[in-house]
Design a binder for this molecule. Structure first.
Ligand code: 13P
Length: 254
């Protein structure tokens, strides 16, 4: 299974000039990559610009949206449907990121509706697991993780065959804080998530699912995490906006 390097730019950068600069840094960092998967989730405002740069500069990456609506179309002011993303040729949609729980009222149940939309549209979901209201608690609540996975996958489990589904474990207290779980803890949680996905989707279908870690990953710790046998990649926020970090992060997918 290919490793996945997923870069979530969140609500950054803040100008076209900065997007262009970051894309040049991406071009350099990704120049050697031919086998792994790299996906960027930029602000939707910049997708057209980034698609044009990616094509004219032949940069090795896929693009995705940071969230999708629970419906195909209609009165959902401010939102983007999975069908729209598919129509533009995007490959991935991020679903259930903790910041969408926190600021946009996304719930564990609506994550399931969004995943269904994504799969019906023919693109691939990257599902974030690990949001909890107490953003400071570092305790691993396995019941909560299981429930989030069930709610995310159950509505579309009959649709899932060999799509490229990524599950990103993002403990909310590790996002943007510089603090991470230990490699052993990440490994333990990923093994648990894999077992749970097997229960929900069946062992054969679960074989195609990739498991990522996200939360304060940077050039200083990625190598250690990348040595974990169960981990298939990373979902990276802050460090993905720093040109000097990108070459080291890209090593994961060389
Ligand atoms: P940081 O890498 O900035 O901690 O963010 C992680 C994240 O939320 C990726 O989706």
């Amino acid at each position: 299974m290919n490793k996945m390097l997923a870069l979530n730019w969140k609500m950054n950068p803040t100008s076209v000039a900065e997007v262009e600069k970051l894309m040049q840094a991406m071009k350099v960092a990704l120049a050697q990559i031919r086998t792994g998967d790299v996906v960027v989730f930029p602000p939707a405002m910049y997708l057209d610009l980034i698609t044009r740069i990616k094509e004219s500069e032949q940069i090795y990456l896929e693009l995705g949206v940071q969230d999708v609506a629970i419906a195909e179309k209609g009165a959902y002011t401010s939102q983007i449907s999975a069908n729209m993303a598919a129509g533009l040729g995007l490959q991935y949609a991020l679903v259930g990121h903790s910041e969408t729980h926190q600021y946009l009222g996304v719930t564990d149940a609506s994550v399931g509706q969004k995943v269904l939309q994504v799969l019906q549209s023919g693109i691939n979901p990257m599902i974030c697991i690990g949001y909890q209201e107490d953003t400071s608690s570092q305790e691993i609540d396995y019941d909560m993780l299981k429930s989030q996975l069930q709610q995310a996958l159950e509505p579309s489990k009959d649709l899932i065959t060999n799509q490229d589904i990524c599950i990103a474990y993002e403990p909310v207290w590790a996002i943007g804080t510089g603090v991470t779980p230990s490699p052993e803890t990440i490994e333990t949680v990923i093994i648990f998530l894999k077992r749970t996905v097997q229960e929900i989707l069946g062992a054969k279908t679960a074989e195609n699912v990739r498991f990522l870690y996200g939360g304060s990953v940077n050039s200083g710790n990625i190598e250690e995490f990348n040595a974990l046998p169960e981990l298939d990649g990373f979902l990276i926020g802050g460090a993905s906006l720093k040109p000097e970090e990108l070459p080291k992060l890209a090593q994961v997918v060389v």
